[in-house]
Design a binder for this molecule. Structure first.
Ligand code: ZN
Length: 65
């Protein structure tokens, strides 16, 4: 296996495990801002300051979101 093929398979594996089927929504803890409040507050720990959290929709519940 070439180095290229190895990297490609690793990317595919990462996608299958961590990307495929996952959706993002605004973080519930900070309401999508990435911070707990507006005044020099620390970054939100729930989403690490990204303002987004990932979730995997349960089958059959996707339309309910
Ligand atoms: Zn957050």
């Amino acid at each position: 296996m070439t180095a290229y093929q190895k990297r490609k398979s690793q990317r595919t594996e990462h996608y299958e495990k961590h990307v495929k089927g996952w959706k993002q929504r605004p973080c519930a803890a900070c309401n999508g801002s990435g911070y707990y409040d507006h005044n020099n507050s620390p970054r939100c720990a729930a989403c690490d300051g990204t303002g987004k959290e990932r979730y995997k929709p349960e089958r059959g519940c996707i339309d309910a979101i």
